[in-house]
Design a protein. Structure first.
Length: 409
């Protein structure tokens, strides 16, 4: 099997291929039959559904292990880690909270209105709504609200016919989708559908409705629940209560003592997990990339090739070595990632291999070609400062979170 080359990728983008597809099976890292723990949704339930599986006579019980949105976030995180490791350079918009982070001097921090917990730098790869996120909207560039700055105002002009400002500042928004619903146009803000879609499903799910996982968080001091205590404002031990003194609590209220727990979400077993990842080239072909008001097929193909390479790199970096979805849901693939090019209906798709390192080189080559064609590509982060009111909002939210009992959100 041949590795995907830049020339082949460009030809696929410039031609009529529908997209790239990668399907592979995974098993729990503990081996076939080991339990996995899916995500829970409203009502603390798993997302169970009946699906048609090729080769099966009837519907098969399946469980969602990782949603499209979650997979997109994992791919963006993989890109963020590659940027931090110096492997790639991507356009990033960064909100820098560093000067508002705590110093460790509690009194001085309170007087200065500093944050309780460190936030550091938040990038457009980490915020939920990409470049249209409220965190960026409520930050400032050179003392001007971001969306009112020259850079930010360019976003008011973006659309399918002019995706260049997004390509320059946040190309991942064109790969993973974005809706500028919180901008000056509200619900009429620009929408870009996802070109990259991935999902992991557990096939052949089995579980017991009446089974409850029972356990205990063991306290090595074996503090008794019958010895009551009083607590300080910071929830630490103030003193042992005298009898049933006012305000007396069980030790478990301040995280002492062995605490039993019970959970209906006790995991389940599956025959296997299947990850399906697709990159739509049809979606990318809807985008136009004019420069200085002039459009051309060369510019469009160059930009679309970068976006295709970016999507493939995100998937390869995030998933080639398996994926750790959450506690007790580490999945190991049965084989390497193989990409199929969906080119001509009725013909067997061409298959390509693509490692993380290979995908990085593919992306670098595509970016270099796009820059030679005259497309803008921001290699240094565009750094914003959080507004004072945003800092205040974060600080007060952290204070409220500190007041909440353990386990409450």
């Amino acid at each position: 099997m041949n590795a995907l080359t830049l020339e082949e990728l460009r030809d696929a983008v410039a031609g009529s291929a529908a997209g790239f597809r990668c399907r592979r099976r995974l098993q729990p890292a503990g081996g076939a039959g080991d339990k996995v723990f899916p995500p829970t949704f409203a009502g603390a339930v798993y997302a169970i559904e009946q699906r048609r599986i090729p080769g099966r006579d009837g519907p098969v019980t399946c469980v969602l292990l990782d949603s499209v949105q979650s997979q997109a976030n994992r791919m963006e995180l993989a890109l963020q880690e590659a940027v931090e490791a110096g492997k790639i350079k991507l356009p990033l918009v960064v909100v820098d909270f560093s000067e508002h982070d705590p110093t460790g001097d509690l009194e001085a921090d309170e007087a200065a209105g500093r944050l309780i917990e460190k936030v550091g730098r938040i990038t457009s790869l980490q915020v939920p709504h990409r470049l249209a996120d409220a965190i960026l909207r409520d930050s400032e560039l050179g003392g001007v609200p971001f969306r009112k700055s020259e850079r930010g105002k360019a976003l008011n002009t973006v659309g399918l016919g002019n995706a260049t400002p997004l390509f320059e500042l946040c190309p991942t928004a064109l790969v993973f989708g974005m809706w500028d619903s919180t901008g000056p146009k509200g619900g009429l803000g620009a929408k870009f559908e996802r070109a990259m879609v991935s999902e992991i499903v557990g096939v052949g799910a089995e579980w017991r409705d009446d089974y409850r996982a029972r356990g205990v968080r063991r306290d090595p001091l074996e503090i008794s629940k019958n010895v009551l205590v009083l607590r300080n404002e910071d929830k630490s031990l103030k003193k042992v209560a005298e009898g049933k003194e006012k305000g007396a609590l069980r030790p478990s209220e301040i995280n002492h003592s062995s605490v039993p727990f019970e959970s209906a979400n006790s995991g389940l077993t599956i025959e296997y997990a299947e990850q399906t990842t697709t990159l739509s080239l049809i979606c990318l072909r809807r985008l136009r990339f004019p420069v200085d008001g002039q459009s051309s097929a060369e510019l469009d193909v160059a930009a679309r090739t970068v976006l295709a390479a970016l999507g493939l790199a995100a998937a390869a970096l995030a998933f080639e070595a398996g994926t750790d979805l959450r506690s007790r849901c580490l999945l190991w693939p049965d084989g390497p990632m193989v990409w199929e090019l969906l080119d001509r209906p009725g013909e067997e798709p061409k298959k390509y291999s693509l490692t993380g390192d290979g995908a990085i080189q593919l992306l670098k080559g595509a970016v270099a070609a796009a820059r030679r064609a005259g497309l803008p590509w921001l290699e240094e982060p565009l750094v914003l400062e959080p507004s004072q009111e945003l800092v205040k909002l974060v600080r007060l939210s952290q204070l409220e979170a500190a007041k909440e009992p353990v386990g409450v959100s």
